[in-house]
Design a protein around this ligand. Structure first.
Ligand code: HEC
Length: 243
């Protein structure tokens, strides 16, 4: 066992113990004052984080009335497969119509299908949310790609990084663009990363990283690209889908 997986196991154990001590937030304790007509995502979906750890951003959903206005006091419940934990699994929407929780993904690498529900007058409204848990190698790939690649491959700028995407004459694809990247073999991904665009008759705007990154780092990036592909990358053994 690596030190990291021991840490994860310990964290999981602590989480499990904490989960036992605390009564699961039960919706019966909450007194909703409103009934919604729709539930929509505000933020926190499509996150990528290490297995068994709390995701960096909270999951925020909003309940609206039938006019599309945010509704205060509506009940929201969060659901997920075994291994997923929510800091609060049932919550009433606040004055902005929003319900917020923190999500901890399970110990198994893969995509987690979560949902947030709110009871309506005649039906329960459900919002599907997908989060991705990365294993050790994939997470390493995420960290390396974030450092070396995202300034060109991620069209969005962040607080730490101004995107170079708009300046590029040939546009690279975001690493979760499965429609494009699933068609490339592992060998082709490795070749273009190590030797640059011209290795695959592509633009030299894609630089070579063979001297900068080790072979294991490149393999980690490929594993990361496979893990976050939307639609999912289909290949037995490299993609595990949480049922
Ligand atoms: C300076 C900008 C820049 C950086 C930094 C960069 N790329 Fe690219 N990349 C490109 C461009 C431009 C293309 C498109 C080339 C083409 O289609 O002709 C590309 C294409 C690719 C492709 C082929 C799929 C696609 O998006 O079209 C892969 C895979 C890729 N890059 C991986 C990486 C990895 C991994 C890193 C970091 C180690 C990286 N790139 C860093 C600009 C960049």
């Amino acid at each position: 066992m690596t030190r990291r997986s021991v840490t994860c196991a310990v964290l999981l154990l602590m989480g499990a113990v904490a989960g036992c001590k605390r009564h699961p937030a039960s919706s019966s304790a909450l007194k909703p004052t409103a009934v919604g007509a729709a539930i929509v995502e505000s933020s926190g979906g499509k996150q990528v984080g290490p297995t068994g750890m709390e995701l960096a951003d909270p999951l925020v959903v909003q309940v609206n009335d039938d006019q599309g206005n945010a509704l205060t006091g509506a009940l929201v419940e969060f659901h997920g497969p075994a291994g997923v934990r929510f800091r609060t699994a049932a919550v009433l929407t606040d004055s902005n119509g929003q319900a917020t929780t923190a999500v901890t993904l399970g110990a198994i690498t893969g995509r987690y299908q979560l949902s947030a529900t709110t009871p309506g007058k005649t039906q329960v409204f459900t919002l599907p949310v997908v989060e991705t848990a990365l294993g050790y190698q994939q997470e390493l790939g995420f960290i390396v790609a974030d450092k070396y690649c995202s300034r060109c491959h991620d069209p969005e700028s962040s607080a730490e990084r101004v995107s170079n995407y708009d300046n590029l004459e040939v546009k690279p694809h975001p690493f979760n663009d499965g429609t494009t990247l699933n068609k490339m073999s592992d060998a082709d991904l490795t070749a273009i990363i190590q030797h640059g665009g011209p290795a695959l008759n592509r633009s030299a705007l894609m630089p070579p990283y063979g001297n900068t990154l080790s072979a294991p780092d490149v393999a980690a990036i490929v594993a990361y690209i496979r893990a976050v592909a939307v639609p999912p990358y289909q290949s037995a053994g490299t993609f595990y889908e949480q049922k």
